[in-house]
Write a protein that binds this ligand. Structure first.
Ligand code: FAD
Length: 590
């Protein structure tokens, strides 16, 4: 289905409840060139890549867009400074090229430069000099890979800082421990918002995008995969989707997809490594840059995140529930110990506002420990018509997407154009820079504070106009969400009306980050947000109450798990909260 030229791109990319119904009907009726399984950054990237080549595309996501790993990362668009030490020059170079593209052309509204300090430890003079030379050379190489000249690098160059300069920029760093620092830049992104925006971009090019739709089986015709059996998680109805190629971008669930076809040699296996992050208020640490700190096995980031800091991460094997990896008290203690080693005033457990855990989809097969497993990605075709893509990292999703769609294109026949997503800005990017420059004017014209317009522009780009229109038509939506002064009521309504949010947790956890940015973890916002979503999703009181109950149960279970000593007990506590998806749906054939 091609977009009707009479419909604007914004409108065509609107993931509304009625669009979901229409896309569900298409899933039953059409035979797609490409059916993508998985609505994380890789799957949505693949859907966009295929749609922009003119292919007919459907994407199904079992839960919410970015509900898996793609909402739980460190939120860096980076080359990976530490991979230089492992001599992974090719990977670093590729990722830095992507970083430049995302920050300048594809999504300047969503990816922004973030200064990060490499602190240099105080030591005897020769070691001190060696450290500065060693890390200085690393950071210089990093900048060189990004391209020293030209506007496309998207990030300012690095700079050496003296002890005084470091102290001025980061007063909370322990003075006795640090003799100076090197400041470099990487990109920062709201990972879940990026995925939702990209899904809308794919939808604007005609892709059917259906969250809450789980693949429960694959359809085979002799030796070929020709489609999938999909269960609508909202109604329990099952039906078949016909497709000439099926792309599974299911991250840490990849082995399940291989198992569905019973492939004897799946071609790739994925193992999960858990990474936990803490969120603390900005006031807990005084500094105007992020930090990259060495730990025994890896690195720890301390990153400014709006009015907060994100501290992470851990890196441990995880074999328990993959939908809700749980952080234990051991993980939290470890992170606090690591960060407090460097700070003059320790961060205490009482400072913690939010905690989140994610699972790295690591290609397995090697013998190394998980923290050293290859970050490269792989595309395999374990059965004709079925392509699996996994591994890699968020930053390089576009490369993974192009690789897997190239593979699908080979099967679909000649005449399919090459990937050109490097030339395709996401919705909200076109016209962003001038709108940012003129933000004061925009604020004045809409009668809202400049701060509100800035907040919106950095989350929606030029789509901000749609939110301002919402506020103009219903002024009460210009007021903050209860318990979350950083967010407007309009954002919750918009999440449901334009961004495919179907449940309260989608809006509180991924379209906004209220669940990790408030010490009540969204509990005090739940009722208000549910009322706002009701107007779009047609919830009656019973549904509203159920949504709120589920959300509160989830928050309670997460808190409980974080008091548990280890993975096993934390996982058991987290599983105490029932799933909101599928809670009312009885399975039935469609
Ligand atoms: C702690 C941590 C920090 C990280 N930090 C960074 C970083 O700063 N920068 C960076 O570049 N990378 C980072 N990464 C890596 C990056 O986040 C991941 O590589 C990336 O998000 C993986 O995306 P994905 O789409 O492959 O998987 P996912 O996001 O997990 O998506 C897979 C999707 O498939 C869906 N699915 C599964 N089974 C089915 C089914 N049967 N039917 C339908 N849908 C299904 C799932 O619900 C899920 O949404 C980090 C990872 C972790 C864990």
């Amino acid at each position: 289905m091609r977009r009707d030229p009479a419909v604007s791109r914004f409108e065509a990319g609107r993931l509304s409840p009625s669009r979901r119904d229409a896309d569900l009907s298409r899933l039953r009726l059409e035979r797609f060139d490409v059916l993508v399984i998985g609505g994380g950054v890789t799957g949505v990237g693949a859907a966009l890549d295929a749609a922009s080549r003119g292919l007919s595309v459907a994407l199904v996501e079992a839960a919410d867009l970015a509900a898996g790993t793609s909402s739980r990362s460190s939120k860096l668009i980076h080359g990976g400074l530490r991979y230089l030490e492992q001599l992974e020059f090719g990977l670093v170079h590729e990722a830095l090229r992507e970083r430049g593209l995302l920050a300048t052309r594809l999504a300047p509204h969503l990816v922004r430069p973030l200064p990060i300090l490499v602190p240099l430890e105080a030591s005897v003079p020769p070691v001190r000099l060696w450290n500065r030379l060693y890390f200085g050379a690393g950071v210089a190489l990093y900048d060189a890979f990004a391209g020293l000249v030209g506007g496309d690098r998207g990030m300012p160059p690095h700079r050496h800082l003296s002890r005084t300069g470091t102290r001025r920029l980061f007063p909370s760093l322990r003075e006795d421990l640090v003799t100076g620092a090197i400041r470099y830049y990487d990109g920062q992104v709201d990972d879940a918002r990026y995925v939702a925006t990209m899904a809308r971009t794919a939808a604007s090019l005609g892709a059917a995008v259906v969250p809450s739709a789980r693949v429960v089986g694959l359809v085979r015709d002799a030796r070929e995969v020709t489609g999938a059996v999909v269960r609508d998680q909202e109604t329990g109805v099952q039906f078949t989707v016909a497709a000439r190629t099926v792309v599974a971008a299911t991250g840490v669930w990849s082995n399940e997809i291989s198992a569905l076809v019973g492939a004897k040699r799946p071609g790739l296996r994925v193992r999960a490594s858990k990474g936990v992050h803490l969120v603390v208020p900005r006031s807990a640490i005084t500094g105007d840059a992020g930090l990259i700190l060495r730990t025994q096995s890896s690195v720890l980031f301390v990153l400014p995140w709006g009015g907060h800091w994100i501290i992470g991460t851990t890196d441990t094997d995880w074999t328990l529930d993959r939908a809700h990896p749980a952080a234990s008290s051991r993980d939290i203690t470890y992170l606090l110990e690591q960060v407090n080693h460097w700070l003059d005033r320790p961060v205490s457990p009482a400072d913690i506002e939010g905690v989140y855990a994610g699972l790295r989809p690591l290609l397995s097969g090697e013998d190394e420990e998980t923290s050293k497993l290859s970050r490269e990605h792989a595309v395999v075709e374990p059965m004709l018509g079925l392509m699996l893509v996994a591994g890699g990292k968020y930053t390089t999703y576009r490369v993974m997407a192009a690789d897997v769609i190239d593979r699908a294109a080979r099967r679909l026949g000649p005449g399919i154009p090459r990937s050109h997503t490097d030339q395709l800005p996401l919705l909200g990017a076109d016209g962003y820079q001038p709108m940012w420059t003129n933000r004061a004017d925009l604020a004045r014209r809409h009668g809202v504070p400049v701060g509100v317009v800035e907040h919106l522009l950095e989350r929606y780009g030029t789509l901000t106009l749609e939110l301002l229109d919402l506020v103009a038509s219903r002024p009460y939506l210009g007021r903050p969400v209860d318990g979350a002064p950083e967010y407007l009521g309009a954002e919750i309504v918009y999440a449901a009306s334009h961004e495919g949010a179907l449940h309260l947790e989608d809006a509180l956890t991924r379209r906004t980050r209220i669940s990790i940015e408030t010490d009540h973890r969204g509990a005090e916002s739940a009722r208000h947000a549910a009322e706002l979503m009701s107007s779009v999703l047609g919830w009656d009181k019973v549904t509203r109450d159920r949504e709120v109950e589920h959300y509160l149960a989830r928050v309670a279970a997460e808190r409980e798990s974080q008091r548990m000593p280890d993975d096993l007990t934390a996982d058991a506590a987290r599983l105490g909260a029932p799933e909101v998806r599928g809670a009312t749906a009885a399975p039935s054939p469609g």
